[in-house]
Design a protein around this ligand. Sequence first.
Ligand SMILES: NS(=O)(=O)c1c(F)c(F)c(SCCc2ccc(C(=O)O)cc2)c(F)c1NC1CCCCCCC1
Ligand SMILES: [Zn+2]
Length: 257
Amino acid sequence: GPGHSHWSYEDREHWGVDYLDCGGNVQSPINIDTAKTIFSPQLRPIQLSGYSLPANEKLSLKNNGHTVLLELPESLAITGGYAQQYRAVQLHLHWGSSSGPGSEHTVDGHRFAAEIHVVHYNTKYDTFKEAMVHPDGLAVLGAFLEVGPRENPYYQEILEHLHKIQKEGEEVLVSGFNIAGLLPTNLKLYFHYNGSLTTPPCYQTVKWTVFNQTMLLSHEQMSMLVTSLRNDDNKPLQNNYRMVQGMHGRRVLASFQ
Ligand SMILES: NS(=O)(=O)c1c(F)c(F)c(SCCc2ccc(C(=O)O)cc2)c(F)c1NC1CCCCCCC1
Ligand SMILES: [Zn+2]
């Protein structure tokens, strides 16, 4: 992955020593205080294109020691809701453990069981690496995951492979499917704010969208997510979320009242 020295969620308080941006004022994740959000009717529904991939398209699913990461082709694009076009790079998850939740963003202090991030870059830049150092360079679509009454077939497309990539560095090819199924059906209701990558190098170059509608997985699926993977110390890969960061005067916009 991108060259950076060893870091872990245990020493998250020291990231700012090696990575200056991690100590900045435009950091993510944040607590979304719904009493302080600004209703912004000009925020249009998010529109996705190219998200439905044929089964003969093979995608790399990797345990990188910090999360499970699904590489995405640039044919997936955000074509509505942002001022410019963004194309997909990868998606990954954040989760807790069997004894507690692990979303990165919180809403009114509530931490959800887990959270998906679909990372995109602004196509006005030639490459993702170029884009990720510019303030309008990245767009991440986030959604919360909770336990619900039945199995989620879209998440099963990822979770059913986790037992093959238990160790850090292991990867497997998975068949294409409709990636949009990993995100809420209602793409009109969301929070929007300027923030950062939630991992070193913490670049403050992300326009965040956090959907209001939560994704539901079965209890068995959530358990699969929180127990299958190991980190680079061969310990359980759990609680891979950063603590919420200060707003420093930032406001969160809401596309709904
Ligand atoms: N929430 S987030 O979007 O900030 C985020 C995290 F919180 C993450 F924790 C991660 S994983 C840690 C970074 C990393 C490590 C190894 C590899 C590899 O071996 O391929 C790749 C990445 C992770 F990959 C991402 N997304 C990445 C940010 C890391 C640098 C650029 C890669 C694309 C976006
Ligand atoms: Zn993330």
